[in-house]
Design a protein around this ligand. Structure first.
Ligand SMILES: Cc1ncc(COP(=O)(O)O)c(C=O)c1O
Length: 471
């Protein structure tokens, strides 16, 4: 007699776990030294990577066997769990952090927002140094990014430049990233947005689990975004989310832009949630036209697959441990590299003015940040007897992964240089962007991700200390 699907599935999942336990040891923190010994100088120390166990692999296989495929039960559960964890009204899954940024800004262009709708030519303030797809969606929606500078000490956009960037009647929103797990000055930014009635989109893609005055980043603005690409705080391969912080009207708009621009809000596979599927008359369509095929926006289709959400749900269970590991790894590296301040400027959390082995000293703003660090960033000082180029080559030779702060000063990227040449008013710059240039020229970051072991951290610190001492 053939086995039942339930029995077969259980057997497949048992074997899947067995397989993953044998095949994926290198993807577990403190991985079994018998299977994956760390050999300094030979084993690569990545700047980031996927950390997972049999749980994620079994969840992916289980959801694939169920074969719902399109965003469905796992997606719903993930969205609810993420929203509950952050304490926001709704989280909406998409297929990447870049898509999340695109949907977030697109949602604000909806005519349903009345006077607060973003129109082509409206200005959106952002910061110059960072990842390109924090900014590209602003342009893709016909709006004008206005760049403020970044502070090389925190890497974040300088809130003290917001007022100078503001133009009455033109400026409609602020959209900035919490850079590499360091919250930007939310108190000053929120005050500015409230004063001028501006939207705030927090790009929280690199900062899941960070806190500002004890509250999670991504929960202060109107909308915020996440990326679930492998180097990020949790992964589902590709993936991202838009968090709707308070206003459920924005949920309808963001979902519409994610899902083809449709007016209907039925979940996939469901009909007639509004109980008047054939009772609408919208646009110039005939009365009773099927609501499923009524489009109130020029939308996209940016949904991920259900098995991705199944992986993400397992990762969510580990998020608290991941966040603490990132903090511990950063603190460990910072303590190990104390004494190199003459050559290297170490990143500080926003509102911190100094680091000591006892902790941070804070400015007198009354605000504090808790960083779930995406990486450990160092700026090679101009006075150092070595260049950033020599430093990164030393790291590469030692097989220590490093990255620059993504696109550096974005306005110096070929895409922005040619855009300005073709359309001089496509974006605006409000200062000399000297901080963004310094970050572009001097910054490098190494890993803090939960897959790093103590042996790796010691090796990273020793390599840097030896390199600096040799100069
Ligand atoms: C700040 C920031 N925003 C957006 C993104 C885009 O995320 P994704 O790679 O998932 O598209 C990234 C990517 O790392 C990022 O660093």
């Amino acid at each position: 007699m053939s086995k039942s699907p339930t029995k077969l599935k259980a057997e497949i999942l048992r074997l899947t776990r067995e397989f993953s336990a044998a095949a994926h040891t290198a993807n577990r923190p403190g991985s079994d030294p018998q299977h994956a010994p760390f050999v300094p100088g030979q084993t690569t120390v990545p700047y980031a990577g996927r950390v997972f166990s049999e749980d994620e692999v079994a969840a992916a296989v289980s959801a694939t066997l169920d074969f719902w495929l399109t965003l469905g039960p796992e997606g719903d559960a993930f969205e609810n769990e993420l929203a509950a964890l952050l304490g926001v009204k709704k989280s909406i899954l998409v297929n990447s952090g870049s898509s999340a940024n695109l949907v977030a800004i697109a949602a604000l262009t909806s005519p349903k927002l009345g006077e607060r709708q973003l129109h082509p030519g409206d200005e959106v303030i952002t910061s110059a140094a960072g990842f390109p797809t924090t900014v590209a969606p602003i342009l893709q929606q016909g709006c004008v990014p206005v760049f403020i500078d970044n502070d090389p000490s925190t890497l974040n956009g300088r809130a003290d430049q917001l007022e100078a960037a503001f133009v009455p009647g033109k400026t409609k929103a602020v959209m900035m990233a919490h850079t590499l797990g360091n919250p930007f000055d939310l108190a000053a930014t929120l005050e500015f947005c409230r004063k001028h009635d501006l939207w705030l989109i927090e790009d929280n893609c690199d900062a899941l689990g960070c806190r500002y005055d004890g509250q999670f980043t991504g929960t202060f603005g109107d909308l915020s975004t996440q990326s679930f690409y492998p180097p990020h705080h949790l992964t589902m391969g590709e993936g991202g989310a838009i968090n709707v912080v308070r206003d459920m009207k924005l949920k309808m708009l963001a979902e519409s832009f994610r899902d083809w621009g449709r007016d209907c809000w039925c979940d996939s596979g469901k009909d007639d949630t509004c109980h008047k599927r054939f009772g609408w008359q919208l646009g110039d369509l005939p009365a009773g036209y099927d609501h499923k095929y009524i489009y109130s926006h020029l939308g996209y289709n940016l949904k991920p697959l259900d098995p991705q959400a199944a992986i993400g749900r397992q990762q969510l269970k580990k998020l608290t441990a991941f966040i603490h590991a990132r903090m511990d790894n950063w603190n460990y590296l910072r303590a190990a590299l104390a004494g190199l301040e003459g050559f290297i400027q170490f990143q500080l959390p926003t509102h911190a003015i100094a680091w000591s082995p006892q902790g941070f000293a804070w400015d007198n703003s009354g605000h504090q940040t808790e960083c779930s660090w995406f990486g450990f960033t160092m700026l090679v000082k101009k006075s150092a007897p070595f260049t950033r180029g020599e430093f990164v080559k030393c790291l590469a030779a030692a097989k220590i992964g490093s990255r620059m702060l993504f696109g550096g000063n974005l306005v110096r990227q070929p895409a922005f240089v040619s855009l300005r040449r073709q359309q001089p008013n496509a974006f605006r710059v409000t200062s000399d962007l000297a901080g963004a240039d310094r970050i572009m020229n001097e910054a490098v970051f190494i890993g803090t991700y939960p897959g790093l072991t103590r042996a790796m951290l010691d090796y990273m610190a020793d390599t840097i200390i030896k390199f600096v001492s040799s100069k």
